[in-house]
Design a binder for this molecule. Structure first.
Ligand SMILES: Cc1cc2nc3c(=O)[nH]c(=O)nc-3n(C[C@H](O)[C@H](O)[C@H](O)COP(=O)(O)OP(=O)(O)OC[C@H]3O[C@@H](n4cnc5c(N)ncnc54)[C@H](O)[C@@H]3O)c2cc1C
Length: 432
């Protein structure tokens, strides 16, 4: 194909077609004070706001751009238990008790989002479709089989192996050496979910103020003064919910969060029969490479959404699009004629220990560092940190108890990213 882009190509998230960001041009004055000010209107911030507002507190949410403009309307909509470390790794690092409680919150996060969308009646195509995780090298099959058989006293993942000879029942490709199915993983339309969540927070009384970047948070008396482009609010408590977009506002957090771009494309609509061959069970999909690729059918099963990291440094979606397309066609050669209808990017927040982190420092609360798996976890920990801000004991999380590491000389500019991507690429090619 000479032009990989469809004539109606949009350099923006596919999800925005159904759920455009509302972008209300407003200069409305901010209230002079609030019990709780939340910085960031993604899943973390809105769940924090909802939890605090439902306790009868006055809550104001400020976002630098439109609410949802960060990762929360840009992601792949894949929901797992989010915690990347195994029970054995967590137990070795934190001891069996705390390690087990961290893992248990992974499960809790997945159940929380499922129950939340059901109880709030949010129409966002949530479905427990399960995940097929392909084995990129033959050696990964036995390795993964051992991993899923290892003792996990916290919960039974229900995961099972699918040998290469049977993988066409899961995915229409021969590139993988079999795979593992995680039957409880789920998919969602992230844009519709964000909109429903925002409406729930507003209905509970939270004021959501877009285009209102916070420029400074300083202590004042028993609370804080939150300075923004549109004025100052005195706040009893503040929740920092800025994740991968954490900038100069809080140098302490910035030193602990690694901002990393993640990129996605959507294809033009494809034939239903082809979709049934490629993704017969509507699973969400990924593989064992260190440089993760994640893909799925759109909720209406008309398009493939394909995401990953395709460049050493951050790049433009018009450049990442063709690179993702080539990788997609390597997995699904049947998509050679499917052009790119959308290409976009967002900035995820990684941490140095591959775990998410919550905590508080004398009235300043935070939850962040989801390492690219935050649809369920940002929702759950946002809710927990909102409960903490409201003074509820049930807001406590195992993530409060683990240290939030940084690296000497790191100030928020991930100079090591390009070399790390290069090393991962080589390791993926060698199957290490
Ligand atoms: C391309 C992509 C694909 C992904 N796919 C998946 C997936 O399939 N599954 C999964 O679980 N996770 C996925 N993620 C990650 C997931 O989307 C995030 O972990 C989650 O949305 C984080 O939510 P959040 O509310 O913490 O942060 P965000 O949604 O990023 O919100 C942070 C907000 O803070 C605001 N902000 C920053 N600084 C300021 C300031 N000074 N003043 C006011 N506001 C400020 C920003 O404007 C932004 O709106 C993906 C992310 C990306 C980018």
């Amino acid at each position: 194909m000479t032009d990989l882009f469809a004539p109606d190509f949009k350099p923006q998230p596919y999800w925005w077609d159904a759920t455009p960001l509302e972008a209300p041009a407003t200069s409305a004055a901010l209230p002079p004070e609030a019990d709780v000010v939340v910085v960031g209107a993604g899943y973390t911030g809105l769940h924090a706001a909802l939890a605090a507002a439902r306790q009868g507190l006055g809550v104001v949410v400020l976002d630098a751009g439109d609410a949802g403009q960060g990762c929360s309307s840009r992601n792949g909509g894949q929901i797992s238990t989010s915690v990347k470390l195994s029970y054995a790794q967590l137990a070795a690092r934190f001891g069996a008790d705390l390690g087990g409680r961290v893992l248990a919150e992974g499960l809790a996060s997945r159940e929380f989002i499922r129950d939340f969308v059901a109880s709030e009646g949010i129409d966002c195509d949530f479905e427990t479709v399960g995940r097929f995780h392909g084995m990129y090298k033959a050696a990964h099959y036995e390795q993964t089989a051992r991993e899923i058989a290892a003792p996990n006293p916290v919960f039974d993942s229900g995961a099972y192996m699918v040998p290469k000879g049977e993988q066409h029942s899961e995915i229409g490709t021969d590139i993988y050496h079999g795979g593992v199915v995680h039957p409880h993983h789920a998919s969602i339309d992230p844009g519709k979910y964000h909109k429903g969540l925002k409406e729930a927070a507003q209905k509970a009384g939270a004021a959501v103020m877009p285009f209102c970047a916070v420029t400074d948070i300083s202590r004042a008396g028993h609370g804080f003064e939150v300075r923004s482009k549109r004025g100052v609010i005195r706040a009893g408590r503040v929740v920092l919910a800025t994740n991968g977009y954490t900038g100069r506002l809080s140098p302490w957090h910035r030193r602990r969060i690694i901002p990393i771009g993640s990129y996605v494309i959507a294809t033009e609509p494809i034939e239903p029969a082809l979709m049934d061959r490629l993704i017969p069970k509507n699973r969400i999909l990924s593989d064992t490479r260190k440089l993760v690729y994640y893909f799925r059918a759109s909720p209406d099963r008309r398009r493939i959404l394909f995401g990953g990291r395709v460049s050493l440094n951050e790049t433009d979606p018009r450049k990442s699009g063709p690179r993702l397309w080539r990788e997609m066609v390597r997995i699904f050669p049947q998509l050679r004629q499917a052009r790119i209808s959308h290409s976009w990017a967002g900035t995820v927040g990684y941490s140095f220990d591959k775990l998410m982190h919550t905590g508080q420092d004398d009235g300043l609360f935070y939850a962040m560092g989801y390492c690219g798996s935050g649809v369920g976890m940002a929702s759950y920990l946002g809710m927990r940190i909102g409960q903490q801000a409201a003074g509820l004991a049930e807001g406590a999380s195992a993530f409060d108890e683990i240290p939030f590491p940084t690296m000497p000389l790191y100030r928020g500019n991930p100079w090591f990213l390009a070399p790390s991507v290069m090393v991962y690429r080589i390791r993926d090619q060698l199957g290490l």
